[in-house]
Design a binder for this molecule. Structure first.
Ligand SMILES: Cc1cc2nc3c(=O)[nH]c(=O)nc-3n(C[C@H](O)[C@H](O)[C@H](O)COP(=O)(O)O)c2cc1C
Length: 288
């Protein structure tokens, strides 16, 4: 199936875009208008884009149904400040409630029973229940169009960060396993970053993986090993020397499995890979 964006409705395209580009983190943005009325709304067209300067971007779009603009956009054009509050599982329902299209001037902190805490540098308050909140000055607003569904990029420069210390690990750093963050998927779906859903991928920072193209063809073209398995193998910094291989394969157990055919070795190598024993897996495979 191929889709030409010009040939489908904006609503349909929105569905494909937001279901495919997921999970998206949620920016729970508090702003004020020039009279000082507080607004709080979630936006999942959001991310961090720079650490120096520390810059986040989110996008209140024009409504697909009538092209009207959102209060958050109107507010930052009047008062160019925003607090970006991070959403975890414990406040996800209150965050969803705050996305209701209340009339201008209605404070969603009250509607969603969230605690308004005075900020240090900017005028909009932060959400007391958020694990992390970033006070920001709005650097620029870039309108991506004028029609229904058009995004408006709000470039927000972080001027102060607030971290609830309950979410720090023993090393004093923010702990992903404690944060319990949520993200928006397509439609009404969300996902939750529980400790069980996390996995690690080791990545050399100072060195380069050899690449899958450097693995011998009998490994590269394996009918057992998956793309993920090959990705892990291609991440080794060097291929084992024959002496390295000999150390691993010179055993009765290796010879016994090898006697069952190369597929048996591939399966065992795969099981090593699943346990994070990459080097051993590669030596097993190179011993064929
Ligand atoms: C999780 C979540 C993510 C959302 N992301 C966006 C978004 O990225 N852009 C947008 O325009 N609206 C988004 N919305 C809808 C707005 O939150 C909603 O239109 C809200 O009423 C806007 O409030 P405002 O007019 O007070 O700014 C999202 C809603 C939810 C629940």
């Amino acid at each position: 199936m191929i889709i030409d964006p010009k040939k489908v409705s904006t609503a349909e395209l929105f569905g494909y875009l937001t279901t495919a580009v997921a999970p998206r983190p949620v920016c729970f943005a508090s702003t004020i208008d020039k009279e000082g009325n507080v607004n709080l709304s979630p936006f999942s067209f959001f991310n961090v884009f720079s650490a120096n300067p520390p810059m986040m971007v989110f996008s209140p779009s024009r409504r697909v149904r009538d092209g009207s603009t959102k209060h958050t956009l109107e507010n930052v054009l009047e008062v160019p400040e925003v607090v970006i509050n991070i959403v975890n599982y414990s406040i996800v329902e209150q965050m969803s409630l705050a996305s209701t299209e209340y009339d201008k001037g209605v404070n969603e902190f009250d509607k969603a029973a969230l605690t308004q805490v005075q900020s240090e540098v900017v005028r909009p308050p932060r959400v007391g229940e958020s694990p992390v909140a970033f006070e920001c000055k709005v650097d620029r607003v870039i309108a991506l169009g004028e029609g229904p569904g058009a995004g408006n990029l709000i470039l927000a420069r972080v001027v102060m960060a607030h971290i609830n210390e309950d979410y720090l690990g023993n090393d004093g750093k923010l702990d992903t396993r404690k944060l319990d963050l949520v993200a928006r998927m397509g439609g009404n779906d969300y996902c939750r970053a529980t400790p069980e859903s996390l996995f690690e991928i080791p990545k050399p920072v100072l060195t380069k993986g050899v690449g899958i193209d450097q693995l011998p063809p009998h490994i590269r073209n394996s009918t057992i090993l998956t793309g993920n398995n090959l990705g892990r193998l291609g991440n080794v910094e060097r291929l084992p020397h024959p002496a390295d291989v000999a150390k691993v394969v010179d055993s009765a157990s290796y010879r016994k499995i090898k006697a069952q055919g190369p597929e048996a070795i591939h399966r065992l190598a795969q099981s090593h890979l699943n346990q994070g024993r990459t080097w051993e897996a590669l030596c097993w495979l190179m011993g064929l």
